[in-house]
Design a binder for this molecule. Structure first.
Ligand code: FES
Length: 216
């Protein structure tokens, strides 16, 4: 049955199916909404009925639920502190003499750091003129000419090439030699012969001090 003792909407019609107590409560809530929240909703006016209030309440509760659900999800997507620590690796290169190399592990991968001699830099720059399988200038592969930083994984099938130790075979180009299938890399880490299709990859890195490299 349609009641007529409820509150009136702004267009003068009666609210449906509301007792006096309900109508009073709706008016009270409407006042609250009007004064606290409605300014942000622009054209929304006083006189909304219970349905609108319930809709807003449902939306608000839904957002609260979604928020409670999303927050732990987003939190779980943030890297843990130990993962963040693994994301970058700082290497003090001051003890590495020209002609020496070190291998560090970054994100589970071997990273070759070679302190190139003057001769190795000259050889790499001369290699710029050659016909390269994966052409790139040596200057585009280094931050500083004397320091070469490479991911030490052969781009053929993923072996770790030899050449880090002075006693290792380094191939015809003086860089690294992959004994798995014979790929040879030059002193810029560029592929010169063999089945590997790409140069040794350069990881993201920067010098955070004169003798400190941050990888990652
Ligand atoms: S994995 Fe290096 S040449 Fe095949």
């Amino acid at each position: 049955m349609k009641r007529t003792d409820g509150p009136h909407s702004s267009d003068g019609t009666s609210e449906e199916h509301l007792s006096s107590a309900e109508a009073h409560e709706v008016e009270r809530v409407q006042e609250l909404l009007d004064t606290r929240f409605m300014a942000d909703l622009g054209p929304v006016k006083k006189g909304w009925g219970r349905r609108q209030f319930l809709n807003i309440s449902t939306i608000a509760v839904s957002f609260a639920g979604i928020n409670m659900f999303i927050w732990p999800f987003v939190e779980s997507m943030n890297p843990a502190a130990d993962v963040e620590a693994m994301a970058s690796t700082d290497v003090d290169v001051s003890p590495i003499e020209p002609g020496q190399s070190v291998t560090v592990v970054w994100r589970g991968k071997p990273v070759f750091i070679r302190h190139r001699t003057e001769e190795e830099i000259v050889a790499a720059r001369q290699g710029d003129e050659d016909e390269l399988p994966d052409p790139v200038l040596d200057s585009e592969r280094v931050e500083k000419p004397e320091w070469l930083v490479l991911i030490g994984i052969c781009t053929h099938l993923g072996c770790v090439p030899r050449g880090q130790r002075s006693t290792d075979p380094r191939g015809d180009y003086g860089g690294w030699f992959c004994s798995c299938h014979g790929a040879q890399y030059d002193t810029s880490g560029r592929i010169r012969t063999g089945p590997a299709p790409k140069n040794l990859e350069i990881p993201p890195y920067s010098f955070v001090a004169d003798d400190l490299i941050r990888i990652g």
